[in-house]
Design a protein. Sequence first.
Length: 115
Amino acid sequence: VQLVESGGGLVQPGGSLRLSCAASGFTFSRYDMSWHRRTPGKERELVATITRTGRSTHYSDSVKGRFTISRDNAKNTVYLQMNSLKPEDTAVYYCNAILYEYDYWGQGTQVTVSS
């Protein structure tokens, strides 16, 4: 089982990034997917979730209206489009796949928002 995040980097405030998470080793289309983030000294935060069909999504209040989660089950990939980025969005972003007791995590990708 692998989840590999990519797309992180350094961006100026107000800019955009698109994170990708490529999945392998399990039946991706059966799993709900989510993005989380962690900043040193803070608890991990659930950023966005998407159901296995992609029909339902949920966002934390801190990113609602700025971030969009999506998935392509044909490509076994989940995305996080991040617009209007703020310095407080700086964190390591992780993708997560969950189905009952099966719970998989990627290694994370760093996003830094700074001028």
